[in-house]
Ligand binder design. Structure first.
Ligand code: COA
Length: 391
């Protein structure tokens, strides 16, 4: 049990796109009252990928600082979680492995279960570290969220990647205790192989999400988990930030608490700052919430955080983590703020043009326009192969 409590997240870094679309521009285009976006769903802007960015370039940008700080010697596994996959066979993680110059003695694999994939990756990583505590696992969650133009989902797009280094004696968060699990076969959100944008039944997805909150909590309790008031903060999956508040209200009333008497804003508010301006980053979303919580000035040393991870379709998990003494020394708060602040603002027409872009499927040589100023870019699609470059 002693070794079990000493495994978790040793380092965390995130990256987002070259561009951003403010919700004011979307509201001006479609005539929506901005209050619906700012208050109703809790979103202010969304990251938009440049023509030469994708889940691989975002992932490499997120993971590069971890490799620079810790090297690659102990990383024998890379798990890449995404639901905006670029290939049906090859793991996007293999491109990242190559871009980061990682050694050949590495296993690399891609995982998928909608927005839940990164939590499966984290749990599998913890299992691998138990087996050999000298090893570390690089978990990367990377997604570009894309819904149809002029659909209700359009306002909840976004894009980001989070890289987590998982190992023993973690410097940030120990993952402790049991998990509460919940799976139900529902069609709230899905993307058939032939489609670029997801299909979603928005209201159904909110209902399914709230059922999963109840289901995971019931199982967590039955597995001997902690009481609800043991937690100082909760990181929820945030398809839009208001969802985290809805979810926690639901959990409180399920558990018989008076929701007016509990300071929900205090328990959730510190996790939403990045998601509110990045938008939905699918697999990365809950871990972006963790980044915001850790980067928040309030000290969390030795405090317990509850995590609720949800992936449509649906699979969900509730688990707990304890923030490690000294964690502040290892944070990347400046880098995270810079990743958000450096984005160039698009007008609605430029966003629409990027949204509608897709590569020809003829196998020809198709260079991409140079747009990103980041370290990694998708340079071309040539003979059906994606060509990446590192600057
Ligand atoms: N000022 C303040 N709030 C306003 C408002 C205004 N002018 N106009 C509307 N609102 C509120 C609504 O009351 C509602 O709040 P509530 O849910 O607390 O009742 C909220 O804004 C959203 O309005 P709604 O009419 O439900 O929006 P919508 O039909 O455009 O759908 C989503 C919203 C999130 C369902 C839609 O964006 C979507 O499908 N997103 C993708 C799927 C997703 O994110 N699912 C989540 C689970 S994974």
């Amino acid at each position: 049990m002693a070794s079990q409590s000493a495994i978790g997240i040793h380092d965390l870094s995130f990256a987002t796109t070259e561009f951003v679309l403010p919700h004011t521009a979307l509201a001006a285009h479609n005539g929506t009252d901005i209050g619906k976006y700012h208050l109703g769903i809790g979103q202010h802007s969304m990251s938009v990928a440049a023509a030469d960015e994708d889940v691989v370039t975002l992932a490499a940008a997120a993971a590069e600082p971890l490799i620079a700080r810790h090297g690659t010697d102990r990383i024998r596994t890379v798990v890449f979680a995404t639901e905006s996959s670029i290939d049906q066979a090859k793991s996007a993680g293999v491109y990242v492995h190559s871009l980061l110059g990682m050694p050949s003695y590495t296993r690399v694999v891609e995982l998928k279960q909608a927005c839940y994939g990164a939590t499966a990756a984290l749990q599998f990583a913890i299992g691998l570290v138990h087996r050999d505590p000298e090893q570390q696992v690089l978990v990367i969650a990377s997604d570009v969220s894309k819904y149809e133009l002029d659909s209700p989902g359009e306002a909840t797009q976004g894009a980001a990647a989070v890289a987590l280094l998982v190992g023993k004696d973690p410097a940030l968060v120990r993952i402790d205790g049991p998990s509460g699990l919940f799976t139900a076969d529902v069609m709230d959100f899905w993307r058939p192989n032939y489609r670029e944008s997801a299909l979603v039944d928005g209201q159904e997805s909110i209902t399914a999400y709230l059922q999963a909150v109840e289901g995971t909590w019931k199982d967590y309790t039955e597995q001997g988990g902690q009481a609800l008031d043991a937690f100082s903060a909760f990181c929820y999956h945030q398809p839009f930030t208001k969802m985290a508040h809805k979810a926690h209200h639901h959990l409180l009333s399920t558990c018989g608490y008076d929701t007016d008497a509990v300071d929900v804003k205090r328990l959730i508010g510190r996790t939403t700052a990045y998601n509110a301006v990045v938008g939905n980053s699918y697999t990365a979303s809950m871990y972006l919430g963790l980044a915001a919580l850790l980067d928040h000035p309030e000290d969390l040393t030795d405090q317990d955080v509850g995590f609720f991870s949800y992936g449509s379709g649906s699979v969900a998990e509730f688990f707990a983590g304890r923030v490690v003494p000294g964690y502040r020394k290892h944070l990347r708060t400046e880098q995270h703020r810079e990743a958000i602040d450096r984005r160039g603002t698009l007008d609605y027409a430029a966003y629409r043009e990027l949204h509608e872009r897709s590569f020809p499927t003829d196998g020809g040589d198709h260079p991409t326009p140079v747009q990103t100023t980041g370290s990694f870019r998708l340079a071309a699609l040539r003979g059906h192969k994606r060509i990446y470059e590192r600057r």
